[in-house]
Design a protein around this ligand. Structure first.
Ligand code: HEM
Ligand SMILES: *[C@@H]1O[C@H](CO)[C@@H](O)[C@H](O)[C@H]1NC(C)=O
Ligand SMILES: *[C@@H]1O[C@H](CO)[C@@H](O)[C@H](O)[C@H]1NC(C)=O
Length: 511
C-alpha cells in the first residue's frame, strides 16, 4: 500500500498569519510513487537507518534533497547559468539562496515539502569563478564533460547544445514541484534575488509523462526501478537491490575511497552528471516493429513487444525479462519486492550454461550492460550511480507517428534529462558508459560478444556512430546480429557538477 498523501497541517494557522508565507504546507506531493519503484523511507525510518553503527552520521538535513530520492519528481526544471559577478552572487548564496535549498529530510514527508524544491550544483568552472581553489579529487569533474565527449562516444560534438560545448556553465538550479507554475514562480524569485549576477546559458524542462505513462521514459518503459539501497538512508532493502556504502554516492562518507583527502567542506556532497539525451521515439518504434521476433506460440504483437523488451531487459511495465521471458507480467512489475529479484543466472535450471545462455535476457540488454549482477560473480562491483533524471519534451505527435520519424522542430525535441549521482565520476557514470556500455566485448567471457548497449551504446572514438551491432536479442538464434542503423538516443551534451552539502553555501562557497 502506498502512503496516502494527505497532510495534517498543524502549523497552517501560524503560517497564514505571516504576510508573505515563505512556506505553505502542501497536500499533494512533489514526487510520484509508482508501485514498480522502490518506496522512500519515512523520515523516522531514514533517521533509524542513519544511526546503525556502520553508517552513523549521514546528515540528511545537510544533504541536498535530490541526491538520494531517485527518479521521482513530477516536474523539474534544470536552469544552467554562468556567474557574472561573483561578489554579488556569493552575498546572495550565503543567505537568501541557501534558505531556499531543500534538504533530504524535507522531501520525505509531504507536509515538510516546500512549494518548489530547490537544489544547486556547481561545475569546476563555477568553483573557479567563486574563487574556490580546493581540489575535489575528481579528474572528470575538473576538466568538464565537454573534454570527455570523445571518451563517452559522442561522435564529435555537432549534436551538442551550444551552451554545453565548452566550460561556460558555472552552475545549475534544479527546481522540482508538482506544477509548472510553481517551478516558474520559483525561478522568477531566484532570478530577482540574483539579478544580473548570473546569466542563463540553457534550460531543460522535465516532467513525468502523463496518465498511465507516469514513471515511464519516452520509449515507454518504466524507469527508476533498480536503484541502489544506501546504507544510512534506505531502511528496507528490496530483493535484488544493490546495497552500497553511503560513500559510493556521497563524497567524504564511509566507503568513499578518497574520503581522507577530500576537503572537509565537501562531506555529504555528490558529483552530479547531467546529460541531455534526445530520444528518437518513432524511429525506435519503427525499428522494433521491423525486427519483431518469431518465437512460436506468441502473437505478432507479442513478438514485437518481446524484441523491444529484450533491448532493455524489462517489459514496458517494468517486469524483468529474466523472470518473465516470454510475456509481460504486470503483477510482477508492480510488486517491488519481486521486480528486481533476479541475477541473470539460473542454477535452478539443470544444465544452464551461464556463459552462453541468453534465452531469458540478452547479454547486451540495457539493464545487463549497466548492472551485470551475477555476470561479475559478486553483486557489489563498486560501480553504482543513483539515477535522478526525468523525461523532457512533449509526447509524440500524430504526425510523427504516421511519418515514423521524429520532427525536426526543436519544440518537439524529447528525451531523458539524465542525472546520475556518485562520489567518483570515473568509477560511476564514466566507467559504466565507457567500460561497459560502449565496449562491444563486455560482458566478458561470454561465448558470443554482446555488442554495445542498444539504447545508449556507442563505439567510442569512431567518427560514424552507426551502425552498431548487437547480438543475443533473438532467443531462438542468440548469435544472430542486429545492425542498429538508427540512433535511438542522441547525446545533446551535458556537464559535470558538484552538489555541495548545504552548509558549504554559507561557508567556503561564499567566502
Ligand atoms: C535515453 C536514455 C536512457 C533510457 C531510455 C534508459 C532507460 C532505462 C530503463 C527503462 C531502465 C529499466 C528500469 C530501471 O531499472 O530503472 C534503465 C535502467 C538503468 N539504466 Fe538507463 N536509460 C537511459 C540512459 C542511461 C544512461 C546514460 C545510463 C548510465 C550510463 C543508464 C544506466 C542505467 C542503470 C544503472 C540502470 C539500472 C540497471 C539495474 O540496476 O538493473 N541509463 N534505464
Ligand atoms: C527472490 O528470489 C529467490 C531466488 O530465486 C526466491 O527464492 C525468493 O522466493 C524470491 N523472493 C520473492 C519475494 O519473490
Ligand atoms: C537456457 O536457459 C533456459 C532457462 O533460463 C532453459 O529453458 C533453456 O533450456 C536453456 N538453454 C539451453 C541451450 O540450455
Amino acid at each position: 500500500m502506498k502512503v496516502s498523501y494527505i497532510a495534517i497541517v498543524i502549523g497552517l494557522a501560524v503560517q497564514s498569519a505571516l504576510a508573505v508565507p515563505k512556506f505553505q504546507p502542501r497536500r499533494t506531493s512533489i514526487l510520484i510513487n509508482p508501485d514498480a519503484q522502490p518506496d522512500l523511507p519515512s523520515p523516522q525510518n531514514a533517521r533509524l537507518a542513519g544511526v546503525t553503527p556502520a553508517n552513523a552520521g549521514l546528515n540528511l538535513n545537510d544533504i541536498q534533497g535530490d541526491i538520494l530520492i531517485g527518479m521521482k519528481k513530477k516536474k523539474e526544471l534544470f536552469f544552467f547559468f554562468s556567474i557574472n559577478d561573483a561578489a554579488t552572487f556569493k552575498s546572495k548564496l550565503s543567505s537568501d539562496i541557501k534558505s531556499l535549498i531543500t534538504n533530504t529530510n524535507q522531501l520525505l514527508s509531504v507536509s515538510t515539502q516546500p512549494i518548489t524544491a530547490v537544489n544547486i550544483a556547481f561545475s569546476q568552472a563555477g568553483l573557479t569563478a567563486l574563487g574556490v581553489s580546493d581540489n575535489l579529487g575528481d579528474a572528470g569533474f575538473q576538466s568538464g564533460q565537454f573534454a570527455d565527449a570523445a571518451k563517452l562516444g559522442d561522435a564529435g560534438t555537432t549534436n551538442w547544445v551550444s551552451g554545453f560545448a565548452g566550460t561556460k556553465i558555472h552552475g545549475v538550479f534544479l527546481l522540482a514541484s508538482d506544477t509548472v507554475d510553481n517551478v516558474n514562480n520559483e525561478l522568477a524569485s531566484l532570478q530577482s534575488i540574483l539579478g544580473s549576477s548570473i546569466s542563463e546559458i540553457h534550460r531543460v524542462a522535465g516532467a513525468a509523462r502523463p496518465g498511465n505513462e507516469e514513471g515511464h521514459e519516452h520509449f515507454g518503459f518504466m524507469d527508476g526501478i533498480s536503484q541502489p539501497a544506501v546504507q544510512g538512508f534506505t531502511q528496507n532493502v528490496l530483493n535484488g537491490q544493490a546495497t552500497v556504502a553511503p560513500g559510493e554516492l556521497l563524497v567524504g562518507e564511509t566507503g568513499d575511497s578518497l574520503q581522507s583527502s577530500r576537503p572537509s567542506w565537501t562531506t555529504g556532497g555528490s558529483f552530479l552528471v547531467f546529460r541531455q539525451l534526445q530520444q528518437m521515439v518513432p524511429e525506435f518504434n519503427k525499428y522494433v516493429a521491423n525486427h519483431a521476433l518469431s518465437v512460436p506460440g506468441l502473437t505478432a504483437q507479442e513478438n514485437e513487444d518481446l524484441f523491444g523488451a529484450r533491448l532493455i531487459g524489462r517489459w514496458k511495465s517494468g517486469a524483468p525479462i529474466d523472470l518473465a521471458p516470454l510475456r509481460d507480467d504486470t503483477d510482477l512489475a508492480n510488486d517491488n519486492t519481486r521486480n528486481n529479484n533476479f541475477t541473470f543466472n539460473h542454477p535452478e535450471v539443470p544444465g544452464f550454461v551461464f556463459a552462453s545462455n541468453q534465452t531469458n535476457c540478452p547479454f547486451s540488454a540495457h539493464i545487463r550492460k549497466t548492472r551485470p549482477r551475477a555476470d561479475l560473480g559478486s553483486e557489489n562491483t563498486g560501480h553504482h550511480i543513483m539515477r535522478a533524471g526525468i523525461p523532457y519534451g512533449p509526447e509524440v505527435t500524430d504526425a510523427e507517428t504516421s511519418a515514423q520519424q521524429s520532427s525536426t522542430d526543436p519544440a518537439l525535441e524529447r528525451g531523458l534529462a539524465f542525472v546520475a549521482y556518485q562520489s567518483n565520476i570515473a568509477q560511476g557514470f564514466e566507467f559504466m558508459q565507457e567500460a561497459w556500455v560502449n565496449n562491444a566485448n563486455f560482458i566478458f567471457g561470454k561465448t558470443t560478444p554482446p555488442g554495445v548497449d542498444p539504447i545508449i551504446g556507442r563505439a567510442a572514438g569512431s567518427a560514424a556512430e552507426t551502425p552498431r551491432d548487437i547480438s543475443g536479442t533473438d532467443p531462438l538464434t542468440p548469435t544472430k546480429k542486429f545492425s542498429l542503423d538508427v540512433e535511438f538516443v542522441v547525446s545533446r551534451g551535458g556537464e559535470y557538477f558538484f552538489s555541495p552539502p548545504i552548509s558549504a553555501l554559507s561557508g567556503v562557497l561564499s567566502a
